[in-house]
Design a binder for this molecule. Structure first.
Ligand code: A2P
Length: 274
């Protein structure tokens, strides 16, 4: 039996018009990273504007109504299509359906993008740490491919922590960014990718909290100990990860930034858990 035979009606949107507040977009490709993680690309309305790091409400029409959750855009603002990264939860109201989408199916994309993980909310300069766990990588994929990020900060560290090596989504893409036609030069100069794994052997092991607390990651990268004088931090992970990182950062004198009040760190939870 194919995935499609067993799928709930992921494509129920194909015959209906977009409900108010949404664009109806066509799925272009789907990639299954693991049995818990997938990503998909879809068309993008030319009217849909967003900044790197922001999220929108994404989903499907189910029983004639929009069923949507917040998803950060993985794709950078300059890209023609949109891309999203999602977990798969077998009993999850949305992801139990969304995981079965196929090219040609329709998805709902909320018209308004928003979010706190934007460079405007941080004081400029220094090293920007993008710390994500699991699908919390998503907004950082957009930021790491937006040239503006590199205009604002001297250096960018993209730290992604997952349980298993296979969950290091986009690893090859990130490792290849140095060869990118337009971004290559700036990425080679400024971006460091630091993937780490907690439940399997890998070249970097351990939680980001532990790696920062012990100073191991800074030593390995030849950076001074984490300090609000030299560093800016964006967090996107589970409630527990965000809470532990907040405690660590505030203990070192970091202050949380928000719209119109830039600080030295900002946080957003990795949204979809169902
Ligand atoms: P661990 O394997 O030690 O729990 P999940 O798949 O549950 O969202 O976890 C993604 C990654 O986040 C895992 O590597 C997990 O490590 C890590 N993680 C979970 N809780 C925390 C936390 N409180 N602080 C830092 N990292 C965490």
């Amino acid at each position: 039996m194919s995935i499609r035979d067993s799928a709930p009606d992921a494509a129920t949107t194909s015959t209906v018009a977009a409900p108010p507040g949404f664009y109806l977009e066509e799925v272009l490709s789907v990639h299954h990273w693991t049995d818990r993680l997938f990503s998909f690309a879809c068309t993008r309305s030319p009217q849909f504007r967003f900044g790197a790091g922001q999220f929108a409400m994404i989903g499907l029409m189910v029983d004639g109504k929009p069923l949507v959750r917040a998803y950060s855009m993985v794709s950078p603002p300059w890209e023609e299509h949109l891309e999203f990264l999602s977990i798969k939860v077998q009993q999850g109201p949305l992801t139990s359906r969304l995981q079965h989408i196929r090219p040609g199916d329709r998805v709902l994309i909320g018209r308004k993008a928003t979010g706190t993980l934007v460079p405007d909310n941080l004081a400029p300069g220094g090293t920007l740490w993008l710390c994500g766990t699991g699908t919390g990588l998503a907004p950082f994929m957009s930021l790491a491919r937006d040239p503006e990020t590199y205009d604002r900060f001297d250096r960018v560290v993209l730290a992604h922590t997952v349980r298993q090596v296979a969950e290091l989504a986009y690893r090859e893409l990130i490792e290849g960014l140095g060869e990118h036609e337009l971004l290559g030069e700036i990425v080679r100069e400024k971006l460091t990718y630091y993937p780490s794994v907690t439940r399997e052997p890998f070249r970097h092991q351990g939680r980001i909290t532990t790696l920062l607390e012990s100073g191991q990651i800074c030593r390995e990268l030849g950076l001074p100990p984490l300090s609000p004088a030299t560093d800016r931090v964006m967090l996107c992970g589970s409630e527990a990860m965000n809470a532990d990182m907040r405690t660590l950062l505030e203990g070192r004198g970091f202050d949380e930034g928000a719209n119109n009040a830039p600080g030295t760190y900002v946080v957003e939870k990795a949204f979809v858990t169902k």
